[in-house]
Write a protein that binds this ligand. Structure first.
Ligand code: ADP
Ligand code: MG
Ligand code: MG
Length: 252
């Protein structure tokens, strides 16, 4: 079993500190939800771990199986097992989902290794069956006129095909319609299991009515200020974030 260990992480954008000492261990098989008000650094955390160049890690470490990943390029981090979902890849005219996913998998192989076409389609169809996705879906071009739900379906399928050890899922603040919410929840529930650790970032409690997380963390002003289980999410739904802010400010 692998672990993704985030140790006292500090992240800046330009000169501005955003994440201010965040510590969290995600083991394969666990679903961790991070909740928190807008602007607390949730997306910053996910992007910095994935290796986005705009985010500078000023101190702390991110370690997989005892090895720091901070010196790795984004594609090397992906090969080390990290997948960043919900990045809304833009439209790719003329490239079908099937070919896009095939290229994404091929890119993860070592040089000279060839992705076998028969094996690829077998895997694709088994994942589509698992996720109850219609066979016609993968012959469409990536994001071409996709609804919110179809974008999510494409992303979940990509995650299923790549089989990462750790998925960082960042739900954007623009919110999900009911259809998209159900697709994300059903997808996560189908894929969760002992080989996958999930960091599910969300602004909204309602997603957690459908995905029961093992752990819930509240992030405020760049730190985790509270951790618990699913009941913490219910408490937040009922009471909002004001009490978290007061507690955090009282101890700061
Ligand atoms: P959250 O996901 O919790 O809503 P973000 O990580 O998106 O928070 O943002 C945290 C803070 O960093 C906010 O104050 C936001 O304005 C700032 N920020 C995020 N991205 C950028 C960026 N690319 N350039 C400058 N500031 C940014
Ligand atoms: Mg935000
Ligand atoms: Mg965000």
């Amino acid at each position: 079993m692998s672990s993704l260990v985030i140790q006292d992480l500090h992240i800046s954008i330009g000169d501005k500190p955003i994440v201010k000492g965040l510590t969290l261990t995600i083991n394969q098989g666990e679903v961790h939800a991070i909740m928190g008000p807008n602007g607390t650094g949730k997306s910053t955390l996910a992007k910095a771990i994935a290796g986005h160049p705009d985010y500078t890690i000023t101190s702390g470490d991110v370690v997989i199986d005892g090895k720091s990943i901070l010196e790795l390029e984004p594609d090397e981090r992906a090969r080390a097992g990290i997948f960043l979902a919900f990045q809304y890849p833009s439209e790719i005219p003329g490239v079908t989902i099937a070919n896009f996913l095939r290229a994404a998998l091929q890119a993860r192989l070592s040089e000279g290794e060839e992705l076998d076409a028969t094996a690829y389609y077998k895997r694709l169809y088994s994942k589509m069956d698992l996720l109850k996705i219609d066979r016609k879906f993968t012959s469409r071009a990536v994001n071409d006129g996709f609804s919110g739900g179809e974008k999510k379906r494409c992303e979940i399928l990509q995650m299923a095909m790549i089989e990462p050890a750790f998925a960082l899922m960042d739900e954007t603040d623009s919110g999900l319609d009911i259809d998209a919410l159900r697709i994300v929840a059903d997808g996560v529930n189908a894929l969760r299991g002992e080989k996958l650790g999930i960091l599910l970032i969300t602004h909204y409690q309602r997603l957690l009515n459908h995905i029961i997380p093992d752990f819930v963390h509240v992030m405020y002003d760049g730190r985790i200020v509270k951790s618990g289980d699913k009941d913490l999410a219910l408490h937040l739904e009922e009471h909002g974030y004001d009490w978290v802010k007061k507690e955090a400010e009282a101890t700061a």
